[in-house]
Design a protein around this ligand. Structure first.
Ligand SMILES: [Zn+2]
Ligand SMILES: [Zn+2]
Length: 169
């Protein structure tokens, strides 16, 4: 699936096209829209992030999305990553951009999404933290190890930063 396919499925392609038109004049805007449409969308199972835009140099690679989201949330996340893609595609050869800087905000506004990214990431971090448990304590330095998955109690684990034995819980 690519951006165009998912945007059609979610019924937001016209909204995206209108946003790009309003930000970028005709020839560049059309080119940008074509490039955007072709970016692959891949499913991500990361619990820390609901989505991300991946690129390599000037080239877009893909948009990763966690599909286990409420539909409205998925639309918002998708548009958020599309704003990153537009920001990247419209600045070929530009210097390193700030992830949620002014140019990203302009794209986000054109696409009609919330620019308060901090609220969004707080929710994601909370989701991830909820899933982490205290799994071991280092008997040498007392460090507490938190993970999403428990350790196997039958194994012996060594604390990598001090070499002490970890007591699993
Ligand atoms: Zn972002
Ligand atoms: Zn230790």
């Amino acid at each position: 699936m690519n951006v165009r396919g998912l945007a059609d499925e979610l019924g937001i392609w016209l909204r995206i096209a209108a946003g790009v038109e309003s930000c970028c004049a005709a020839p560049q805007g059309e080119q940008l829209l074509d490039n955007l449409a072709a970016i692959p969308v891949v499913s991500s199972r990361a619990s820390r992030r609901l989505g991300c835009y991946v690129f390599c140099g000037d080239e877009p690679v893909c948009i990763r999305l966690q599909f286990a989201q409420e539909p409205e949330n998925l639309r918002q996340t998708f548009l958020h990553e599309i704003a990153h893609a537009c920001d990247h595609l419209s600045q070929h050869g530009g210097s390193r951009r700030v992830a949620h800087g002014n140019s990203w905000r302009q794209w986000a506004l054109a696409l009609g999404i919330d620019t308060a990214t901090t609220g969004r990431s707080v929710a994601i971090v909370a989701l991830h933290q909820q899933r982490r448990k205290l799994v071991a304590i280092c008997l040498a330095c007392g460090a507490e190890i938190y993970r999403v998955r428990r350790l196997n109690r039958n194994n012996r684990y060594i604390h990598s930063s001090c070499g002490g034995v970890l007591k699993t819980r």
